[in-house]
Write a protein of this length. Structure first.
Length: 312
């Protein structure tokens, strides 16, 4: 910081760094010192990603060269205020869900190893474990101990998950953007909160397509001359947001809400055969992201009559 303050006397300073676990700490410290600092994803800096020798010294050199020449990727957006807290809660929730899933799979593995018939669905694993713990007659002692450990641990994580979701609900309560997003079919409290925390400022995007590109739901393009090939989706941006949008699309497909019928028709037109069902789900997820953009940008609520496909 002393160096930054010393150099700032000769003019404005532009600095860059890689995105990491201390991105907020570094960004705030340099910004408070009067330095304009930009964060970059190392995978987007080809000089760093393609280098055989990746050291802090070489990374710093190539980031400085990118800033000097202007040949740099789009910097990562660094939010402030309540958005950081919501992102932190979402990250904690995702970690707890993964741990809960891991211990349920461990219980499943213990049962399968001893030839126990396992019904489909992870929630039935909990019921089966509870049943065996309540009636242990004829059950191996070691299996009971292993299942007891899994049961106690999953109960602990389930309680922690409920607390995080309650805290998240409190954090977004009264947020007008989140409330408007929840009017969209498939957008529950989790999807709406994650969308708000991921986008932060809708003014960053000039149109809905740029937003869908930001969350990685647009196809990649490979063009040579007059020949262009469309590939898989780019998968850029937040994997959590992309995954939740796909889950929202599945919710819309199964929904019986009348206002979701125009959205289901989008899926129905594309999913003409089994080979295109996954493509149809992604297309619906992309369409939901576009609707969310306009709901946020126009400060309105979801209106199925305003959709182009509402007449089909």
């Amino acid at each position: 910081m002393a160096l930054a303050e010393k150099l700032s006397d000769s003019g404005p300073i532009l600095a860059g760094h890689e995105v990491g676990t201390q991105v907020y700490l570094v960004h705030d410290a340099f910004s408070d010192a009067g330095v304009k600092i930009e964060a970059f994803n190392a995978a987007h800096l080809r000089m760093i990603a393609a280098s055989r020798k990746k050291t802090d010294k070489r990374d710093s050199y190539w980031i400085a060269r990118a800033l000097q020449t202007g040949m740099k990727p789009h910097p990562v957006y660094i939010p402030r205020g309540d958005v950081r807290e919501i992102r932190g809660l979402l990250a904690q929730r995702e970690a707890v869900v993964e741990d809960l899933k891991r211990w349920r799979l461990r219980a499943r593995a213990q049962l399968r190893a001893r030839g126990v018939c396992i019904p489909r669905g992870s929630w039935r694993i909990d019921a089966l474990v509870d049943q065996m713990l309540e009636d242990p007659d004829g059950v191996d002692t070691h299996l009971l101990d292993a299942l007891g450990l899994c049961d106690r641990t999953t109960a602990l994580f389930a309680e922690e998950l409920a607390n995080l979701e309650a805290e998240l609900e409190t954090k977004v309560r009264g947020n007008e953007v989140v409330e408007r997003l929840r009017t969209i079919p498939g957008f529950g409290k989790l999807v709406s909160a994650c969308f708000y925390a991921t986008i932060c400022e809708i003014e960053r995007f000039s149109n809905a397509r740029s937003l869908t590109s930001y969350v990685g739901l647009v196809p990649t393009i490979r063009q040579t001359g007059d020949v262009a090939h469309l590939g898989h989706i780019s998968k850029e941006g937040s994997p959590r947001m992309r995954r939740l949008l796909v889950q929202a699309a599945h919710t819309v497909i199964r929904s019986s809400r009348a206002d979701a019928q125009p959205l289901r028709s989008i899926y129905g037109r594309i999913a003409a055969n089994k080979q295109r069902k996954k493509i149809a789900v992604i297309a619906l997820a992309r369409h939901l992201a576009k609707i969310a953009y306009h709901v946020w940008k126009d400060e309105t609520e979801y209106n199925p009559k305003a959709l182009r496909c509402s007449e089909t």
